[in-house]
Design a protein. Structure first.
Length: 281
């Protein structure tokens, strides 16, 4: 009869140990994707940081309708571009009637558009009035930090008649929760922090690009910026529709992401001389 002597370890079943290890590994593989998905607001299609562009959430959240009627002499055609367009054929856009452009310069405090020089200088060289925009990520750093980063990396302004004031692209968060995890009051404070810092750095009030539905959801339809900051409204339909509180009119309107040559096309709410007036401050 086998005797187990005190102080001597009893040998376990090797097959059982292997099975336990395999089951533990499988459990880890099953739970990890769920944890990652929860960290990104329950999404499994989160884009890479830095890849956001103006209007990235418009179709998903607001849908799209028809195009506005053309031939309106009181409006001036423009475009906005980012790294998604790569090197842009600015001459073709100029020949098609585009007279102004905005170029993505920065995102958060860590991303700079690698095509910025070609896009920003190329639009200028062909004769367009152009400006730069910053894609806001209020969950990564303060408004002041992002405004300073923007102003130092392409978002500055000069009274040369060809440079538009910088634009703050504040819209749905493509990387997680729509409002970046902020309350409505905290979002308003973040935007104010950005705008105050940008004005201190450049002497100009930044343009605010947004969509009315996002503005209502994430700021509580705050109306305090309408008297100082030009509104660039996003709505892919036949008209700009309802505007956020505080603005009696829009200055620019992004009306499609599927226009010719570069996709994102806009209308300035005024003739070319009003574009020049905005550039001159």
């Amino acid at each position: 009869m086998p005797v187990h002597r005190p102080g001597t370890a009893r040998r376990g079943n090797p097959a059982a140990g292997i099975l336990l290890a395999v089951l533990s590994a499988l459990a880890l593989l099953i739970t990890l994707p769920g944890a990652a998905q929860a960290a990104d607001g329950g999404r499994d299609d989160v884009p890479q940081r830095g890849s956001a562009r103006m209007g990235i959430g418009v179709v998903e959240h607001d849908g799209q309708g028809g195009r506005p009627s053309g031939g309106d002499a009181a409006q001036t055609e423009g475009v906005d571009v980012s790294s998604h367009q790569g090197n842009v054929n600015w001459q073709a856009l100029w020949n098609s009637g585009v007279r102004w452009a905005y170029v993505k310069a920065t995102e958060s405090t860590s991303y700079k558009n690698p095509y910025f020089a070609q896009q920003y200088n190329g639009s200028y060289n062909v004769g367009m009035i152009r400006g730069a925009y910053h894609f806001a990520t209020p969950d990564t750093s303060s408004g002041a930090a992002q405004a300073n980063y923007f102003a130092s990396n392409g978002g500055g302004w000069s009274r040369d008649g060809k440079t538009l004031p910088g634009a703050l692209d504040i819209e749905w968060n493509p990387y997680g929760a729509a409002c970046f995890g902020k309350s409505q009051s905290a979002m308003v404070a973040w935007i104010q922090d950005f705008l105050n810092t940008y004005r201190a750095r450049t002497g100009r009030d930044a343009v605010i690009y947004t969509a009315t539905s996002w503005w209502k959801q994430c700021t509580g339809n705050y109306g305090g910026f309408g008297s100082t900051n030009p509104l660039w409204i996003a709505r892919y339909n036949t008209s700009p529709g309802e505007l956020p509180a505080g603005w009696g009119f829009h200055t620019m309107w992004q009306y499609t992401s599927t226009g010719p040559i570069v996709g994102d096309h806009n209308k300035f709410n005024g003739a070319y001389d009003r574009v020049q007036a905005l550039a001159n401050g």
